[in-house]
Structures are given as C-alpha cells and as structure tokens.
Design a protein around this ligand. Structure first.
Ligand code: FRU
Length: 457
C-alpha cells in the first residue's frame, strides 16, 4: 500500500515534531499533570534521547513545553520517573524546593566498541518542572553488571518508610530501597521464572496498589514491558498480581500464568502517575510496538501516547483481574456515535466513541469495520464459555523492522454474558475496552479516510 500516513490524533498526545516513545516522569503537582517522554527532536527516528515535556490540567488538552533533559557526557536520557517533593523523606543534602520534583532516569552511555553502560541518575526540578539540576553525585545507583539496567520507577512506600526503585535488569525486575532517595540498596528481584521471557530484556517496570472493588482490600500489581513476546507479535505489557511488603514482590498466580495489560499490539512502556495518592492509579502507555515503530510513515511526528486510563481490580474465582477505564473527562471529549448490531454509520469527524453490544448464539460472529474499509478489524465469535476475539490489521508497511505490521490473531475471553465493548477511535488510533474494561485491544491504523463509514454487523 502506498501513500498511507500516520494521521495526527486529537486526544492522544503527540509532539508537534520529532520522534517520541515511552511516557516518563508522569506526575501531578497541584492541578497540573506533567507528561515527560522519550524524545528525539531532530528527526523521525530513535536518535539521542532527550526528555520532552507537556502539561495539562485535564488530561485531554496538552501544552508542549521546552525540552526538559538533554544528553550530556554521561549519555542519553533514557526512561525514568518523577516524584513530587514532599512525598517522603529526603537526605539533608538534597535541596529540593516545595512544589518541585525529583526525577530519576537512566543515563545510557554508548561505547565505541558497541557496549553500553546504564546507570541511574537523579535530577531536581524547580516548581515549574522546567529547570533541572543534575545531582553532582550521579549516578545514585551504579551499574549492577547487567548490560540492560534501566527505567527506574520510584515511589514512597509509607508502610515501610522507604523509597522504592524498580529497575529493569535483563530479564528481571530489581527492587532497590532507600531511606532518603540518595543511598540505595538492592532489596530483592522478581521475575526470572515468571511470565513471558524472550531474548529482548524486560523494560519499564511499575508497581501499583489497586483497590479490589467491593472490598476493603487491595492487591499490588507489577507492570512489565516485554520487548518481544506479545501474543500478537513484538512488544507488549504484562502484569503480575500479588503482595509487596516493602522489600519483595510475591506473585499470587502460578509463575506461568500470563496476564496482558492490553491484547492490542500498540500499548507499551506503561507508567502510572505519581502525586495522585488516594485516587485509583492513572496510567499512560506509548501507542506503538518495537516491531515496526521506526517504520511507521510519519511526516511531522512519530509516536503517540495512549489515552489516560484509571485502574482498579476485581476479585474473580481465578484471582484478581484488572479493570481499566479511560479517564472520564477525556472519554467525554469524543463524539458519541450510536450504532446497534446490523447497522452502519458515518461519523462527523475522525474522533468518536462507540458503545457496542452483541447477543450472539454459539458459533455466531459480529464484526467491526472502520474508516470506510469494509474489511473488519475486530471480530467476536461466541464460543461455549465466552468469546474468541480477533484483531486484524490490513495495512502493510514498507518495512525493515522485526515483525510485520499487518496482523490477524485471536485471544479468548471467558464470560457467560453478552459481548459489550466501548471503542475509542481517534484518527486511526483505536482503543477497544471489552466487558466493562476487562480486556483491551489498542491498535494503530493508517486510514486514508479517518472519518470513513463504521459498521457493526
Ligand atoms: C522502552 C525503552 C526503554 C528505554 C527507552 C529508550 O521502550 O527501550 O527501556 O529506556 O525505551 O528510548
């Protein structure tokens, strides 16, 4: 296919120009949400990594600001996180202003012989989060000996009175702790024998407590990026549910149980916001996949964020499961398009939302087509104990990536109820949440007519 381009979405954040991957340093300070991101301003490729910066008061409209961090002699600025000053205890030497933030990121230094060194650095941000002072004693966590040792996610664990830093270290997640955000020690590691492992290292860990709906209990959920091994191909986000005692994480499920945060191929490097304590965790992911991210046909920008999602858990017979809902304010900005099964409709713009339902008999199917293309990109079939759901993508890329862009693959959802889902469409960026947010499929498309006809039949 020729002439296809990545359209600019309206409610998914994109930088004005340049390359973007992971969300970094997500934090709310006062009434402002800060979104930093892996950024290369000078081209549509993964070049020397900076941290870009955007702010929002409602998660729907973002203002892009000046670049926050740029590469220096210590290397590129790879992914990391931020915490508001005032969240926990700080070493006396740290002179951080109230209303500012501490930022932890990976300095990635490439050597001429092809090897690289990854260490964890601290920078202190002023109240506007635009002026950063790098800690003179960097790195705060030296390299452990692992080639891949990155993406520090830091939070204050009040119960144990310590800061926790998760670091993706090869094929596991190292858990460090600190009383003062400066002196860090390794507490434990998780993952070597759990979940999906391929050659590519694990990346971008996070650990959040989730409310178990209808109970007064909570469960801890670890989020891990897998560079390859998504059931649909390429990178994806896996989850583990368990306990965290301030030192180590214990998986509640058998080690081989696989939970994907999203069954679509474009939801990676997911991070939760700091600074919203008391509320349900709020996350944003990068809507792409390392299989083909660099080959997407962008003209001004390359890379988009997912819609922000709020998380909670439900208890099922098998154990806790995640429920994700698009933030309500953001969801309300989509035009609502009514559509019942058997119908088609013409949206007024490329940014709209559908609530779909299908009461299917055993063996029956329903198919969703978008963008005026009659070939379905989402198919549901009733099976004995639920549904087989198939994601299809028809666009081909002129590609030198690791895996194909076009795809067709299926997964199964257990339920005895009808099939219901909400579909958010934003100029080719499609996020589908099934059964009240229990199974998500997020996929990037390259439609020639983003506001083309929709059908559900
Ligand atoms: C994940 C990732 C991170 C790394 C960053 C580099 O997408 O590979 O592990 O810090 O991207 O841009």
């Amino acid at each position: 296919m020729t002439g296809i381009t990545l359209n600019r979405p309206r409610l998914h954040f994109t930088p004005r120009t340049g390359w973007m991957n992971d969300p970094n340093g997500l934090v709310r300070i006062g009434e402002t949400y800060h979104l930093f991101y892996q950024y290369f301003p000078d081209g549509l490729r993964h070049g020397p990594m900076h941290w870009g910066h955007a702010t929002s008061s409602d998660l729907a409209e973002w203002q892009e600001g000046p670049i926050a961090l740029s590469p220096d002699a210590s290397g590129q600025c790879f992914s990391g996180s931020a915490v508001p000053v005032g969240t926990g205890d700080l070493a006396e030497e740290i002179d951080a202003p109230a209303g500012g933030a501490l930022v932890f990121f990976t300095a990635h230094l490439d050597h001429d012989d092809g090897s690289a060194l990854e260490t964890q650095h601290l920078a202190i941000a002023d109240q506007t989060l635009t002026e950063f002072t790098r800690w003179p004693g960097n790195p705060v966590v030296p390299n452990s000996g692992a080639r891949d040792f990155r993406d520090p996610k830091v939070f204050w664990h009040a119960e144990s009175g310590h800061w926790i830093m998760l670091i993706a270290e090869g094929q596991r997640i190292a858990i460090y702790r600190s009383p003062d955000a400066l002196k860090w020690e390794l507490a434990s590691a998780f993952g070597e024998t759990h979940g999906i492992h391929r050659e590519h290292p694990w990346e971008c860990p996070d650990l959040v407590p989730l409310r178990l709906a209808g109970t007064s209990r909570q469960v801890w959920m670890m989020i891990v990026g897998i560079g390859e091994g998504h059931p649909g191909g390429g990178s994806g986000t896996q989850l583990f549910f368990g306990d965290f005692d301030g030192t180590s994480f214990t998986n509640h499920y058998p080690a081989e149980t696989i939970h994907m945060m999203d069954w679509g191929r474009d939801f990676y490097a997911v991070q939760s916001f700091a600074g919203i304590s008391g509320a349900d965790p709020l996350v944003i992911g990068w809507m792409s996949n390392w299989d083909y991210a660099k080959q997407l046909p962008g003209t001004e920008f390359l890379g988009a964020m997912s819609l922000p999602r709020r998380l909670r858990a439900i208890e099922t017979q098998a154990g806790p499961k995640l429920v994700q809902r698009v933030d309500e304010v953001v969801a309300s900005r989509f035009d609502k398009l009514g559509l019942v099964i058997g119908e088609s409709a013409r949206p007024a713009s490329g940014t709209y939302r559908l609530d779909l339902r299908a009461d299917l008999a055993l063996g029956d199917r329903a198919e969703l087509s978008l963008f005026g293309n009659p070939a379905p990109l989402f198919r549901v079939e009733r099976i004995a104990d639920g549904f087989t759901v198939t994601s299809l993508r028809h666009e081909e890329l002129d590609q030198a990536g690791r895996g194909a862009f076009a795809h067709e693959y299926s997964t199964q959802i257990e339920t005895d109820g009808p099939f219901i889902c909400e579909v958010f469409v934003d100029n080719g960026f499609v996020e589908i949440g099934c059964l009240e947010g229990r199974h998500w499929f997020s996929t990037v498309h390259l439609p020639a007519t983003p506001a083309g006809a929709v059908s559900w039949r």
